[in-house]
Design a protein around this ligand. Sequence first.
Ligand SMILES: NC(=O)c1ccc[n+]([C@@H]2O[C@H](COP(=O)([O-])OP(=O)(O)OC[C@H]3O[C@@H](n4cnc5c(N)ncnc54)[C@H](OP(=O)(O)O)[C@@H]3O)[C@@H](O)[C@H]2O)c1
Length: 249
Amino acid sequence: MATALITGASSGIGLEMAKLLDRAGHRVILVARSREVLDALACTMSDAMVVAVDLASSDGPSLVAASVGSVDILINNAGFGDVGPFARSESDLQASMIQVNCTALTSLTRTFLPGMLERGHGKILNIASTAAFQAGPGMAVYFATKAYVLSFTEAISEEIRGSGVTATAFCPGAFASGFQRVAGAERTRLVSGRNLPESKDVAKQALLAMNRGDVVSVPGLTNKFGAVATRFTPRPLLRRIAKRITEVT
Ligand SMILES: NC(=O)c1ccc[n+]([C@@H]2O[C@H](COP(=O)([O-])OP(=O)(O)OC[C@H]3O[C@@H](n4cnc5c(N)ncnc54)[C@H](OP(=O)(O)O)[C@@H]3O)[C@@H](O)[C@H]2O)c1
């Protein structure tokens, strides 16, 4: 039985991936801040462990590392965004976003990857976003964190190619979850009036990409087209399109 550690398992695709992994017979380690939600979820599962931790704190990742042994599947999913002009944003919030979206993800990968390489098997799934493919005026730090996740994951996937361990950057477009409320994105063009995919469907696609060992996976035709189009679209135009998308309607 494989052990899967999922950060951000209390909501959205993290919660849905945790359920799917439990149903597939894996032992799951559920990580997030909301202890009560995680405890309730763990009670519905056959073999689950809860690590309630704030990944925005500098010792968050080491607390996770100290609480668990080896893992076969590491899913760095915890993350959040924030809508609004950078100059008016809260600097503490932006620092926490970089800590959760980038630093904790990097630290947990550094903790668990060496053991996977020694054993010659393992899977890492890092949740990026279509935001990774261009700059995001109106969500400047969030888009930049996702560009980091994509670049970092591609780089390590090449370093470990042929080792039996894979690293996947999963890059979904907007989907329905707690993300929109937390980011204050509910009234932006990104979300408003759109029929967003459900977390449970996106979670299935994420696990399929991880199990295939895809290095970069962009689910859905429109998202795929958008990601490819960023390579051929002049950058000034891309910036203007992204700014329009993150504006409140
Ligand atoms: N929804 C979208 O449109 C969308 C699109 C592309 C990519 N993504 C990415 O998908 C991933 C999952 O997000 P989601 O959409 O499923 O959002 P969500 O429903 O808001 O879930 C976010 C998860 O991250 C956890 N988290 C946030 N801050 C944390 C912290 N400081 N310490 C520990 N855990 C923390 C939350 O748990 P607690 O609050 O309990 O700590 C929650 O479980 C994120 O990386 C997000 O950037 C989302």
